[in-house]
Design a protein around this ligand. Structure first.
Ligand code: SF4
Length: 467
């Protein structure tokens, strides 16, 4: 029987079928951070349980860590307390922590792949919605809640329902100035923020096959924003080349044996899908969100839609979004003034993102009155970027060059919007209040579009800047 990658990974990780109809699934890799783990460790202690496979768990500090200065103790008492808990829990239970002095700290979904912890054919769990990111390497990666986190700590297993699989084929090729972020925003716009509920998304087709690993990470990262808890790309030469030589990847003969197994895990030709969705890559434009969920987006030159044109079920949500954003239907987003520009997050803070944004910033100046931040996804990204002089390009243009962390992606650290500020952001969520101000407004876009907006002081079509 021909199988998808999901079928195969599910089969080889099944411990048993549960009376509930769920599968007890073994989890190969568990990634933890300071925000969602303390309660789970407390539950373990209260139940007098041990951590079952500490060698399969890795920790980092990302959500609450300040990115201006990371000297301890942190100024924010709560952030310091969470960090103290994480350090103590890792020490007590024998878990490897990539602490601030390790050179390996960073956003959990950036460091997993970059350290070679994330590998094809794996099951991965993490107490964060954007765990779907790791599927870019051909893994099944699930975001989990606190009680599931406890379960994985205690048993290294999860009780899961097997999702259906929708193959999303992106055909043709992307135009200049169009990036992986635009691809995933377009997919979510077309299929809706709930379209993927109950599905895993398998991304395929010539555009995805031609993407670098970092671009695939951007696409898989936002699967959850389309309702799909899992998104993946079949492992191929791009995957194997990316992993070779990474600190936790197999070495020498073991690497060759791993590649043979990884190849075997890919979806076979003729494997059945529960659904197939095709998209013409050549039709995708640089995308910008106009609303309060990542599905409410348009091409930068398109006009904001009118709620009357929405499917009936979405009409009130569109009207609510327009009211919150103070946007009139019928206008384009190009020309909307911004207050803040944020290049960062687990969606778009990898080296290739920073390189592309730096090309836009090079020799230009951030517009007066715009606060512009570049926050590398990890210490490793920052190190290479600095060696290449990217920080100098950004700083000369007037961007702040920060230390690794989640920063302005969410309002859990010192970086927050103020009042009604509008932020051009390379992150993944534009929910009300997401960036720390209950009334702040987020426009999601690619990192090059953020850089272009920072320079112009307003939303701008980056294709005109690159021309
Ligand atoms: S960068 Fe944002 S989405 Fe990613 S892990 Fe951090 S808070 Fe979550």
């Amino acid at each position: 029987m021909v199988e998808t990658l999901l079928d195969k990974i599910w089969r080889v990780h099944t411990v048993r079928m549960l009376p509930s109809g769920q599968t007890q699934l073994f989890i190969g890799l568990h990634l933890i951070h300071e925000v969602t783990s303390p309660q789970a460790f407390e539950m373990i202690r209260e139940a007098n349980l041990a951590v079952r496979f500490p060698e399969r768990i890795f920790a980092t500090i990302d959500h609450i860590v300040p990115t201006a200065s990371q000297l301890r103790p942190f100024g924010d008492v709560l952030a310091e307390e969470m960090t103290v808990h994480l350090v103590r829990n890792c020490k007590e239970f024998g878990i490897q922590l990539f602490d601030l002095d390790s050179g390996r700290q960073g956003i959990v979904h950036v460091i997993g792949p970059e350290l070679g912890l994330t590998q094809p054919g794996m099951t991965i769990a993490c107490g964060d919605s954007h765990t779907s990111t790791h599927g870019a390497l051909g893994a099944l990666a699930f975001g989990i809640g606190t009680s599931q986190l406890r379960d994985v700590l205690a048993t290294q297993c999860l009780a899961m329902e097997k999702p259906k699989v929708r193959q999303i084929r992106v055909e043709g090729q992307l135009a200049r100035g169009v990036y992986a972020k635009d691809v995933i925003l377009t997919i979510i716009q077309r299929l809706g923020v709930k379209g993927g509920v109950g599905y895993a998304y398998e991304y395929a087709g010539p555009v995805v096959e031609a993407m670098s690993m970092e671009e695939r990470l951007t696409v898989c990262n936002m699967s959850i924003e389309g309702g799909a808890r899992v998104g993946y790309v079949n492992p191929d030469a791009t995957t194997f080349n990316y992993l070779k030589g990474r600190p936790f990847a197999p070495r020498d003969g073991a690497f060759d044996r791993a590649v043979a197994w990884w190849k075997n895990m890919a979806t076979e030709p003729g494997a059945p899908f529960d659904d197939v969705f095709c998209l013409d890559g050549g039709s995708i434009q640089p995308m910008v969100t106009w609303g309060i969920n990542p599905g409410q987006s348009i091409g930068v030159g398109d006009r904001i839609p009118h709620p009357a044109d929405a499917p009936e079920a979405d009409r009130s949500a569109w009207a609510e979004a327009l009211e919150f954003m103070s946007f009139e239907p019928g206008r384009t987003l190009a020309g909307v003034p911004i207050n803040v520009a944020f290049i960062g997050s687990c969606t778009n803070a990898r080296l290739s993102d920073l390189r592309a944004a730096a090309e836009v910033a090079r020799g230009r100046k951030v517009a007066k009155g715009v606060r512009a931040l570049v926050v590398p996804g990890s210490q490793a990204v920052a190190k290479v970027a600095e060696a290449e002089g990217l920080h100098v390009i950004f700083e000369e243009a007037g961007f702040e060059w920060r230390k690794a962390g989640c920063s302005l992606c969410l309002g859990m650290n010192e970086d927050k919007l103020k009042g009604r500020e509008i932020c051009a952001s390379s992150s993944n969520r534009n929910f009300k209040g997401r960036q720390g101000s209950p009334t702040g407004r987020t426009l999601l876009m690619s990192p090059v579009m953020v850089a272009a907006a920072a320079i112009a002081g307003e939303v701008t079509d980056v294709r005109e800047v690159l021309a």
